[in-house]
Design a binder for this molecule. Sequence first.
Ligand SMILES: [Zn+2]
Ligand SMILES: [Zn+2]
Length: 684
Amino acid sequence: MQVMRWTLPNAHHNPALHLRSLLRRCARTSSIRPATQLHAAAIVSGLLPASSSDPHFLLNALFHLYSLSSLSHAIHLFNQIPNSHKDSVDYTVLISATNPHHALRLFSQMRSLSLPLDPVSVLCVLTKCSHLGCVKTGLQLHALVVKLGFCGCVRVCNALMDVYVKCGLVGGFRRVFEEMGLKTVVSWTVVLEGVVKWEGLENGRKVFDEMPDRNEVAWTVMIVGYVENGMTREAFELLREMIFGCGFVLNDVSLCSILAACSRSGDVSLGRWVHGYAVKEIGWDVGVMVGTGLVDMYAKCGRIGAALVVFANMPRRNVVAWNAMIGGLAMHGKGKDVVDMFDCMIGEGVRPDALTFLALLSACSHSGMVDLGWKYFNELESIHGINPEMEHYACMVDLLGRAGKMEEAKALIESMPFAPNEVVMGSLLGSCYTHGKVKLGERIMRELVQMDPLNTEYHVLLSNMYALSGKDDKANSLRKVLKKRGIKKVPGTSSMYVGGQLHQFIAGDKSHPQTAGIYMMLDDMIRLLRLGGYVPNTNSQVLFGCSTRDDCSEALEEVEQVLFTHSEKLALAFGLTSTPSGSTIHIFKNLRICQDCHSAMKIASYVYNREIVVRDRYRFHSFKQGSCSCSDYCPNPVNPKPPFSSSPFASFSLFSATPPFISLPFPHFRDSDSYVNDDFEAYL
Ligand SMILES: [Zn+2]
Ligand SMILES: [Zn+2]
């Protein structure tokens, strides 16, 4: 780069124009260096800051250069340009580079300045809106598209359908699709994604079969659908047809999408196949993105050892890769390894981000390391310059509450710079429950009901808290309220993959083809477990997290029998009959594992000399020789967001024009229902 040899031009030369031509020549680079150097040169030579009489084109040119390399610099410059000198292109560039909330704010600014809109600017803002999944904004933008007469633009219509898909408005994207004149393969693919997501796999398959033309994204959407529903065989069949029949190659995005689906469903067999495919296609170094996907997949499928091997062999790792590894170790309860790993990360000069600290704090919480948790929490801002967010506070409150330091937890909540949300308060309520603080619990519940009136989990928790502290009358009256409101709970399901097929059980299930064998094994198992010291924990029946708890007060004598047919125990009995002796049994539970099943699993791992790995909604339990890797970590009945629904790549859309922004994960976009924090600049 020759930039620093720039000499002050002669008097007849216009220095500003000269600088602008230099800036334009650098416009193809995404490195920040030439931008900062030219910026400095402009200031040194007195061209910046521009006085009010000077033209502002230098600032505009610099802004465009920064928008390629550093968003924070670009935003800073953008704010310096007077409104009268900003045009549609400037706004569009920033809208496409920034996060969705900021993008929408910019768009409304653009509208209030009456700047002309073209399909590109509308396309950019639609893409951002689909990230947010905000129905209201989507509808407004649809009206705008009609008003501006952009309905004939295929790309705008595709983006509009994508917004409806992300919002779950099936009628919306169907209607746009029907009204479109020209439909490209992308249009079909957006509809396919929507139908798979909102109308089920079968309807999705109909659309897939109807498609006049399919690209790799369409194939991936269909395969991912099968994987997420545990239909491994169908997924394999489609992969075979796609690759060997139609000659497609899986690119990084497809590979990562399938890996993320394996992580969610816990299907390691397909994940392993993808690993093999990637090594064969790409080579041993599969790249940071696929490598990270593999680490995440192995960790979330319960193969933390394999995750560590993949991670150790990655020649390059960015912060997303480290986060996947550290997060994986944390959910396996390996607190000490998390701390070591974090030190390695700092040693290698990788800057941790907000997500790294979430993993660190949750590891501290799971391992009861209160002092270390405080240390990391305090270092967040002071050393790493990251503003603590709601989720960090929730982790700390969980950690303190769990350790019985309720006063400290309360003080922390009071010191928060923003009002606590229901996750933080729910965490505190959970600790009240664990430590029997009924009075404080009552107070928090009242606040929680105001925050989130439709959520009945708190009522359940409080009624259990009353029951455990002997206040049966209060417990019963609360239960009556719940019954009146007709709470519906997600049934507890335990599933496992045996022979490439998903086997699912609910409590008391008798629908499995091998039911007779399973129940015989179950009887035998309970007998052996009792001999090994298992005592049915009838108390846990009333606890939150059990599958059939509703009528327990009315049928106490049946409680034991009900306990024995919990879905986890049925899955375990099935696993014992259908897998080779000595092999590890992997069970996935959609809710939290209950205490009774937890202690039964411990004894079973000893009695049958088997390692049993259970992934529940929040973490892994690895039962070996009579003990669990969680060291009987008492699960918090009201817990922060479950970690398994998210993936390191959740932020990209298969349809976005820009490549996945892998080094900048936006955790806010993972769940559209999660809290929205205005302080998102910290991520950029
Ligand atoms: Zn259970
Ligand atoms: Zn455990």
